[in-house]
Design a protein around this ligand. Structure first.
Ligand code: PMP
Length: 407
């Protein structure tokens, strides 16, 4: 378990945590939206821009080869980190959103009118709208799994939705609103018993737990670097090789081709078939440093610290009069969505900001979940490894004050 001293040491790598907001020491609790970035990632970006920047895979010159090596070393690092079978299964994208769009568009091109895709009511819009675009294109039907009052998936209903028309199931590993950790391994196993491939949206799991794609046996797993202490604009699509090989390209352009004539074009081997255009090679290289950061602390240590903060804060929060927490599953990551009495989440968010506390307010890109909960939105506080118990106390104090003002 990380000590207070360890956390203070970790915080030294995040100068942004020392800034002020509204004249108060900032307490950054919007880690679910994006986490802050340690010096070693920022320094790597600066190092590359000042010493090594050159386009990848396109030159024989030294700089281009150095940059290509850095990008491909990062791919190998990520492969190892998520335990993918081969580097060909690690595709770089702009983020989780693009990775899901890629799968819906490319893998989905095999679906036909009337085919069914299973989603859940707790999905982020990124795992809803790409399937709706596909529905508009080819007439698939979306089936949606509900939740219980604790914010857990109705697994019985999930099982009951499978039938001979089901062609895909796509669901989050961890909810960005409720924090619920879904039993994804069991869900994948059930889907496979029905011959149905699975995509897991790991945007909220990858920052908080180790991911082993071979153990999960999922067909696709997607996540974003910026939520994992990494740079913005980088994401990963893991896909089983057998699918990626069968799938048509998602976008056309440089890098993804083998030979181009006006009559006919052949495509590059994996993973490049899905990486059209100049990638964010600087961000990709720097992402490896973010994974170094996680590995040096140890994901188990990160998870234990965040969990301790979650328990500590939730236990004290419930004493605030009129406070309701959305998402009380026993297996929950360090996200707390809440409302106080009849106050609007924006008012609460503004009053917290005035006290230096940065939380997110609104529908959190999960409008169908808000409809299910029958609320317009929530306030959401979420923790990362650098948050302290002192900050949790600061948040609780600010929340108590805000709640009293809004009473
Ligand atoms: N899925 C989930 C569960 C998320 O929390 C998010 C980010 N809020 C996304 C998808 C989309 O990620 P990105 O914006 O990095 O593409």
């Amino acid at each position: 378990m990380l000590t207070d001293k360890d956390i203070l040491e970790i915080r030294k790598s995040f100068p942004i945590l020392n800034r002020e907001v509204s004249g108060k020491a900032m307490i950054y609790l919007d880690n679910t939206a994006t986490s802050q970035t340690p010096n070693k990632v920022v320094e790597e970006i600066a190092r590359i821009y000042t010493t090594s920047k050159a386009n990848v895979h396109r030159g024989v010159h030294t700089l281009s080869q150095e940059m290509t090596d850095l990008q491909e070393q990062s791919r190998e690092h990520i492969r190892r980190y998520i335990n993918a079978a081969s580097r060909e299964e690690v595709i770089f994208t702009r983020g989780t959103t693009e990775a899901i769009n890629l799968v819906a568009s490319s893998f989905g091109s095999r679906f036909q009118e009337g085919d069914e895709v299973i989603l859940t009511v707790m999905e982020h819009h990124a795992n809803i709208v790409p399937w709706q675009l596909l529905r508009d294109r080819c007439g698939i039907v979306l089936r949606v799994v509900n939740i219980n009052d604790k914010g857990e998936l109705d697994i019985e209903q999930f099982r009951s939705l499978f039938n001979e028309k089901t062609v895909m199931a796509s669901f989050c590993h961890v909810s960005n609103v409720l924090g619920t950790v879904n039993p994804v391994k069991e869900m994948v196993s059930f889907a496979h018993s029905k011959g149905v491939p699975v995509l897991i949206d790991g945007a909220q799991a990858s920052p908080h737990m180790l991911i082993d794609v071979r153990d999960l046996d999922c067909d696709f797993y997607v996540f974003s670097a910026h939520k994992m202490y990494g740079p913005t604009g980088i994401g990963v699509l893991y896909g089983k090789r057998k699918w990626l090989e069968e799938m048509p390209p998602y976008q056309g352009g440089g890098e993804m081709i083998a030979k181009v004539t006006f009559a006919h074009t052949t495509y590059a081997e994996l993973p490049f078939k899905f990486e059209a255009g100049t990638p964010d090679f600087v961000g990709i290289a720097a992402f490896s440093k973010a994974i170094d950061f996680i590995e040096e602390i140890g994901m188990d240590n990160i998870a234990a610290h965040e969990h301790a903060l979650l328990e500590y804060t939730q236990e004290k929060m419930v004493k605030v009069p009129g406070l309701r927490i959305f998402g009380t599953a026993p297996d929950k990551s360090a996200v707390i969505s809440f409302l106080v009495g009849r106050s609007h989440p924006y008012d609460l968010g503004l009053l917290l900001d005035k006290q230096g506390v940065e939380v997110r307010t609104g529908h959190h890109c999960a409008m169908p979940l808000m409809d299910r909960l029958d609320i317009p939105g929530t306030v959401r506080a979420s923790f990362a490894v650098y948050n302290t118990f002192e900050e949790a106390d600061g948040f609780l104090k600010a929340l108590t004050r805000a709640a009293a003002i809004l009473e």
